[in-house]
Design a protein around this ligand. Structure first.
Ligand code: SAH
Length: 243
């Protein structure tokens, strides 16, 4: 049982739970006073905590011991155009598991009218972070148009643009020859693909690199997860051995 809380974590400082968390612990996990839960908040590391009270009206957990110190989790941002509900749920869950540091829905010229439900997205992201033992929950940004995002782009963040057509370097080569410093983001187009004018614009941006994921056209969610995987293997924490 591992839960995310927004409250500060410190020894013996009681933490109260949200109603969905009370429901989860009582009715799904059949937990009760005395049971141990793991807590994290993205700032104070990971703590074991004991359930003190657990009823509909009131519930408190008492943090006992810090199990892990807070560490930075410097993954790339994932920028994606809205897709249908089921593949979107899948995409965000897996992106959290693969270490995306933030999620930015993007409207492009060929984006379908799919709406983004930010509450649902947030719930999915928190659940995935709890499950995969991350110490942070990725930041979720409100949807924005591609042009507006690019206008305000931070110059020191590299942007990997996954381009399904036209000239593009293999993703492996781009990542291997990339400068070692700076942060990253990955941009995936909508099911309708990028408009030629969007690719022209992206091609001219000094912080952007157009990359290929091979000759097959991938679904947006496949492309996003494949690109995140490559990034983790070449530049991220998949390079580190575990002792
Ligand atoms: N409708 C388009 C395909 C869009 S696929 C067409 O038929 O051409 C959705 C997104 O996934 C693309 O915009 C791109 O960002 C990414 N993608 C899919 N296949 C890719 C590939 N082989 N290389 C790089 N990116 C790819």
């Amino acid at each position: 049982m591992r839960l995310y809380t927004e409250e500060a974590l410190a020894q013996h400082q009681p933490i109260s739970l949200t109603s969905p968390q009370i429901h989860y612990l009582r009715n799904v996990m059949r937990a009760g006073p005395g049971d141990t839960v793991t807590l994290f908040n993205g700032r104070d590391g990971e703590w074991t905590a004991q359930i003190d009270t657990l009823s509909k009206g009131s519930s408190t957990l008492i943090p006992q011991e810090k199990r892990r110190d807070q560490l930075p989790e410097p993954g790339p941002w994932l920028l994606f155009a809205p897709i249908k509900r089921a593949p979107l749920d899948f995409l965000v869950q897996k992106a959290v598991e693969l270490g995306a540091a933030g999620l930015q829905p993007v409207f492009t010229d060929h984006t379908n009218s799919e709406r983004i439900n930010l509450d649902r997205l947030t719930a999915n992201v928190i659940e995935a972070a709890e499950q995969c033992e991350r110490l942070t929950v990725p930041e979720i940004r409100a949807p924005e148009k591609l042009a507006a995002i690019l206008e305000n782009w931070p110059a020191d963040r590299h942007l990997l643009v996954c381009a399904e057509h036209g000239a593009a370097q293999g993703i492996d080569e781009t990542l291997r020859t990339a400068p070692a410093d700076g942060e990253w983001a990955i941009l995936i187009g909508p099911e309708g693909g990028f408009a030629p004018s969007e690719l022209d614009l992206l091609r001219r941006l000094p912080f952007a690199s157009l990359v290929s994921l091979g000759p097959r056209i991938l679904r947006a969610e496949t492309a996003a997860l494949a690109a995140l995987t490559c990034w983790q293997a070449v530049l991220g924490d998949w390079r580190n051995s575990r002792s």
